[in-house]
Write a protein that binds this ligand. Structure first.
Ligand code: CP
Ligand code: NVA
Length: 311
């Protein structure tokens, strides 16, 4: 059974195919066409953490395709009332897919290990694959082929950065991370990405200016992710030199676009002036979460024999 536990679950051609389906669904929607591609199908959303974009974009996407979504939080009692194994086997009796936003990647992996229904990672401590795929879709809308383009991630080497590293390797982008060395990505991950996808153009440094100067895209995320609130004060000091603000943007090429997965802490990692500027594509980026995930659901439905191939 095909799942999306992380981007390591996809071959390069599969990654591009999902974006291709998403592009075509987005075009259909622009023409007010909402084909019932997942009629009567049900998606469970099992969330251990807060969400606006991931939750609502999956729910709206399912409704647009003729299906429905059921939002589940801890009150369904998984783990406390029954094992993950029993839980997921029962869930599969009612639902066709599950998106899980989990505190730990191991939860998503354990859900998928039962092969009871296709499992989609809706963010974990380690990764955020739907976000990174929607980000690639968005950057392609601006720049076409991304091969050789530079994506500079400024800030914490977190779940979003890890998925973007993989996505950049898949697309042949240069990936740069500028941030305090304590929060850099591990060599182990970089080696694994290189081995898995065949190549990787990656550097990380504390020197933000040199990386920003060469950027086609600059990306940032919160300095303190969900679950790290106890470290917020220390992080706000360490990351202060890495704010995306107007004076930093003066160093970047004129064509450079700014991304943020949102939610943003305006005034910390990014200023109002930049996030609301013409260089910012953050709202298109958020919008593409829905189109991308519709493409992913269709692809998973095809791969798992629920529907015939998408033309
Ligand atoms: N970017 C993102 O995943 O947003 P939510 O946390 O609101 O889902
Ligand atoms: N890194 C952030 C992303 C939120 C979409 C977090 O994990 O909280």
């Amino acid at each position: 059974m095909k799942h999306l536990r992380s981007l390591f679950d996809l071959r390069i051609d599969e990654f591009h195919n999902i974006i291709h389906i998403a592009d075509s669904l987005k075009k259909n929607l622009g023409n007010n066409e909402r084909p019932d591609l997942l009629k009567n199908r049900t998606l469970a959303l099992l969330f251990e953490k807060a969400s606006l974009r991931t939750r609502v974009s999956f729910e709206a996407g399912m409704i647009q395709m003729g299906g429905s979504a059921i939002y589940l939080t801890n009150d369904v009692g998984w783990r406390e009332r029954e094992t993950i194994s029993d839980f997921v086997r029962v869930l599969a009796e009612y639902c066709d897919f599950v998106v899980c936003r989990a505190i730990s990647q191991s939860t998503v992996d354990e859900l998928a290990a039962h092969n009871a229904l296709p499992v989609i990672n809706g963010l974990t401590d380690q990764s955020h694959p739907c976000q990174a795929m929607a980000d690639i879709m968005t950057m392609r809308e601006y720049a076409g082929d991304l091969k050789g383009k530079q994506l500079t991630f400024v800030g914490d080497g977190n779940n979003v950065a890890r998925s973007l590293l993989k996505a950049a390797a898949i697309c042949g982008m240069k990936f740069r991370l500028a941030g305090p060395s304590k929060f850099h990505l591990s060599d182990t991950l970089a080696d694994r990405v290189k081995n898995h996808f065949g190549s990787l153009d990656f550097q990380q440094s504390e020197d933000i200016a040199s990386m920003v100067r060469e950027s086609d895209f600059i990306y940032t995320d919160v300095w303190t992710s969900m679950g790290q609130e106890a470290e917020a004060k220390e992080r706000s000091v360490l990351f202060a030199p890495y704010q995306i603000n107007a004076s930093l943007m003066k160093l970047a090429p004129a064509h450079c676009q700014v991304l943020h997965c949102l939610p943003a802490r305006r005034g910390l990692e990014i200023t109002d002036e930049v996030i609301d500027s013409k260089s910012s594509i953050v709202f298109q980026q958020a919008g593409n979460r829905m189109h991308l995930q519709k493409g992913l659901l269709i692809w998973l439905a095809e791969q798992n024999g629920m529907i015939a191939g998408h033309s």
